[in-house]
Design a protein around this ligand. Sequence first.
Ligand SMILES: Nc1ncnc2c1ncn2[C@@H]1O[C@H](COP(=O)(O)OP(=O)(O)OP(=O)(O)O)[C@@H](O)[C@H]1O
Length: 252
Amino acid sequence: MTIVTEPVLDIEHLTGGYSPRRPVLHDISFRVNAGEMIGLIGLNGAGKSTTIKHILGLMRPHKGSIKVKGRTLDEQPESYRAAFAYVPETPVLFDELTVEEHLRLTGMAYGIGERDYEARSAELIGQFQMEAKRGAFASHLSKGMKQKVMIMNALLAEPALYIIDEPFLGLDPLGIRSLLERLVEVKRRGAAILMSSHILSTVEAYCDRYVVLHHGRIAAQGGLNDIQEAAGMRGASLEDAFFKLVTEGASR
Ligand SMILES: Nc1ncnc2c1ncn2[C@@H]1O[C@H](COP(=O)(O)OP(=O)(O)OP(=O)(O)O)[C@@H](O)[C@H]1O
């Protein structure tokens, strides 16, 4: 017997972009299930950030639908927004709040009880090597430390869906390892993760499925086998198959 569970993120036939006359995304459909990490990959300008902006509700679909836990943003704005945490490529912090105050704010925004807050924040501060900086203002942090604060905030919230945009660039190797370990752990506990990155070896190693965007369309999606098949390259690495798909103009 197969148990059919509702996807945490369900994008169906999304056409969208910045101007209704010139869509950037064309008929995008993919899902992220609980306990899955999906890699959203594509060249510069392929449409990854635009897809993410649509999921966040910063832009509205021209056609198609986006559901988080079965509901669109219009149907249930509060529960839609509370179901995910977003880690942007460029950290956005309050300069005059400390690391700990950011965590505290997230704890309040997501309604996390005091005891859970204490346990989770202490663990995250330790795991991301931020003990010495817990009282530092965001404006006094390095780029990678700011990125860590964004990541810690997302992890503190323990949402059903993580949306993570190119998280590795600012992090040191220890930070990357901490992040990947945590993502594996939250996934095992049932979280859904959509991660966009250009570091394809890491995407291949950690993601369960991949969505290859090319010129705003899905060029291929599925497990490594599906991507290899779409590229006509059995046995290839994700990077080699991706390279073939995006340089030969394949579009399906
Ligand atoms: N604010 C904007 N207004 C109009 N067009 C935009 C805007 N932002 C991006 N675009 C266009 O949308 C298309 C998709 O861009 P998007 O930022 O989604 O790409 P991306 O896959 O995230 O790329 P990168 O890997 O460089 O971050 C590009 O053609 C880009 O020029």
